[in-house]
Design a protein around this ligand. Structure first.
Ligand SMILES: [Fe+2]
Length: 512
């Protein structure tokens, strides 16, 4: 290139920069008066060769734009074999943007399979905390998996003590099954409903994530290992179903706007690799992840594609309304086909469904007749029986369902259908309690003990707070229920309340 041309180009570039609006301007060395890494770091969706690493620049998280100046700052990232970052395995540069809340999502590639790494970010002089990630084993490997499971962390109902304990559990992977934030309880621009103030705008959802992400226990749990995250209802609106909100007066168009805001803010704050959508309201989070040949995890979305609950979303005596209609769906037809075809095609030792709401029924009506929870799979019995039949045919006694939502612990044997009581047990459902939702909790859920004889598939139950640690080997699946006795004051210890075991290829769940 001739020197004259280079100088002309440089002058043109300078003129272009001067004419650019602020938000298109790159800031190579941003200077921060406050730490921009207040929300911590996270990794997620690991593969044999990498993972997504995440952070968000927010020097003053409760100000508009998180206290950022509206330009596009450069963020450097690096992944190393050691915590001192002397053996760097990968590094690169990312341009953060105001329209995505200055979030950073790097899909790191080229790492070795089944290994631990450290990662961090730098912008200007600011250095982020260090996070750890483990890549998954290579295809074919049956390396054991230690999997943490959490859900339902209502910030104002309790402390995240359980997450603090989880951060010391030496997990390889954590799955979070939703209700990562709650949409009610806020103020500001939020709209008043029977639950108090509910957030609905993108700015409000972002602010809510920032409030949660500031929690040191949540940050510690993320920094420990990669997470595999899905959402439930409260990331948008309590008990929403497709385009039907909880508040009946909310039109479908309004719910789509709200979904777009909630889904975008979720994406901006989670370490996820999910396909782009034409509209944020249609963001798909359904995906699978492999732990070598040991386990395939099917991460499902039972919110976005479901039909409305049949006769309200509480507990109802059935049948009611169109409850028994065979066409009614909780997965949506495309997701159902993807799952059922996949269960037949996968050769992994264990098939794992990571999803939101209880699959097993729980009849809470004493004596004759059944009263069931309409917001769970019990509100969609035809869809449940199709899935259970497919498990019975394609992956019996090596399928485990992981569930959140109900703020209590349940160990359920899943039968090849709940339409008839004599169907064989073909899978296990481990429902994990909340981290903090519902406050301190209690020994049992109201009315549960007296109803156990009418629900013989329920092996164990408790309504304390905590999380679950799953130990998975080729021959057995062990679930340890870890409980904290209180969350409304600090310092709760953690203990293992019970342990349940599933032998690969054998029907039923055993204690111990
Ligand atoms: Fe919840």
């Amino acid at each position: 290139m001739r020197r004259r041309h280079f100088v002309t180009d440089l002058a043109r570039y300078a003129a272009l920069c001067a004419a650019l609006p602020n938000e298109w301007r790159l800031t190579w060395r941003p200077s921060f008066t406050d730490d921009p890494f207040t929300l911590g770091v996270a990794a997620g969706d690991p593969t044999p060769s990498g993972a997504v690493i995440w952070t968000r620049l927010a020097p003053r998280p409760f100000e508009p734009e998180g206290g950022m100046p509206g330009t596009r700052p450069i963020v450097d990232w690096e992944v190393a074999e050691d915590e001192a970052f002397t053996k760097v395995s990968a590094r690169g540069r990312y341009t953060a943007a105001p329209e995505l809340a200055y979030s950073v999502h790097v899909d790191v590639q080229g790492l070795g399979a089944d290994r631990w790494y450290f990662y961090r970010f730098r912008s200007g002089d600011a250095l982020s905390p260090v996070g750890r990630l483990r890549t998954t084993p290579a295809a074919g490997a049956t390396t054991p998996l230690r999997l943490g499971m959490a859900s339902c962390q209502n910030y104002e109902q309790g402390l995240f003590t359980a997450l603090q304990h989880l951060s010391t559990e030496r997990c390889d992977l954590v799955t979070h099954l939703g209700d990562y934030i709650y949409e009610y309880g806020g103020r500001g621009n939020a709209v008043r409903s029977h639950r108090g103030f509910e957030i609905r705008s993108l700015d409000d959802y972002r602010m809510r994530y920032a409030q949660y992400k500031l929690d040191p226990a949540l940050q510690a749990a993320h920094a420990m290992c990669p997470w595999l995250v899905t959402w439930d209802d409260h990331e948008v609106d309590n008990n929403y179903a497709g385009e039907a909100g909880e508040n009946e007066m909310e039109a479908a168009e309004q719910m789509r706007m709200r979904r777009a805001a909630g889904y975008q803010a979720w994406w901006e704050h989670q370490p996820v690799r999910v396909p782009r959508a034409r509209s944020w309201a249609d963001l798909t989070v359904t995906r699978s992840a492999d732990w070598g040949a040991l386990a395939r995890l099917w991460m499902l979305d039972t919110r976005q594609y479901r039909d409305d609950q049949p006769c309200g979303d509480g507990s109802r005596v059935v049948p009611c309304g169109d409850w028994a209609e065979p066409s009614r769906t909780i997965l949506g037809s495309a997701q159902e086909r993807w799952l059922l075809d996949g269960l037949g095609a996968s050769s992994a030792r264990w098939q794992v469904l990571g999803q939101q709401v209880p699959v097993a029924p729980f009849d809470d009506r004493k004596g004759a007749g059944q009263r069931l929870y309409m917001d769970g799979w019990s509100g969609y019995p035809a869809n449940r029986d199709r899935v259970l039949r497919a498990i019975a045919e394609r992956a019996p006694n090596r399928t485990v369902v992981l569930t959140g939502d109900v703020h209590s612990n349940w160990v359920n044997e899943l039968r090849a259908g709940f339409d008839r009581p004599d169907r064989p047990v073909v899978a296990a459902e481990f429902i994990g309690t909340s981290i903090s939702s519902g406050g301190d909790g209690s020994e049992t859920w109201l009315g549960a003990p007296e109803q156990m004889p009418e629900n013989p598939h329920v092996k164990w139950h408790s309504a304390r707070r905590g999380y679950v640690i799953h130990e998975v080997t080729p021959s057995a699946w062990t679930a340890a229920y870890r409980e904290v006795p209180f969350v409304e004051r600090p310092g709760a210890p953690v203990r293992t309340a019970t342990t349940w075991r599933l032998e690969h290829g054998r029907s039923g769940i055993q204690a111990g």
